[in-house]
Design a protein around this ligand. Structure first.
Ligand code: HEC
Length: 143
């Protein structure tokens, strides 16, 4: 008579180890994924246009800087990386454009901020950037 309860005749369920690998990957992948998604692609596109209209004359269309400093690259990452996106946004809102500080409505400056985040390697997601969301987000780069 076949007794499958006393002696395990089967190798460990292979599904189980696959599940473990999938779960481990999910944990590893979850951390960087959190850095994405708090602005939308449409918002960044709108910000691109606004940036060209209001900021590019001093920061260049490719953000590499002219009269104003570069808004991407290693110096930028050193200065802003890891800081709350809110600080960055508030700086822009209070000081930029340098020739007319505070002249842009908040939603336009949020769109520009989304564009700058995208240019610095952040991935757009399904939720638009808001002042509230900016509090919980960190600027890309840094240590
Ligand atoms: C008339 C030129 C001019 C325009 C237009 C301008 N900026 Fe600037 N920007 C500057 C200068 C000059 C500085 C550096 C002085 C300072 O930090 O206060 C600067 C600094 C900055 C910084 C800080 C950079 C750093 O390294 O800390 C940000 C962010 C920024 N600008 C964003 C913007 C945005 C967004 C716009 C468009 C809405 C804009 N600027 C338009 C001249 C300009």
């Amino acid at each position: 008579m076949l007794d499958i309860t006393s002696t395990p005749k089967f190798p460990p369920n292979p599904n189980r180890s696959i599940k473990c690998i999938v779960m481990a990957l999910a944990v590893v992948c979850a951390a960087p994924a959190l850095a994405a998604g708090s602005f939308t692609s449409a918002q960044a596109d709108q910000g691109h246009q606004l940036f060209n209209d209001h900021c590019a004359e001093c920061h260049r269309p490719d953000l590499t800087g002219a009269l104003g400093p570069a808004l991407k690259g290693s110096d930028f990452a050193k200065k802003w990386g890891g800081k709350p996106v809110e600080d960055f946004y508030q700086f822009e809102h209070a000081n930029m454009p340098a020739n007319a500080p505070g002249s842009l409505p908040k939603d336009q400056m949020l769109a520009i901020t989304a564009y700058i985040l995208k240019q610095n390697g952040m991935t757009p997601g399904s939720t638009a950037l808001s002042e509230a969301a900016a509090k919980d987000m960190k600027m890309p780069g840094g240590v």
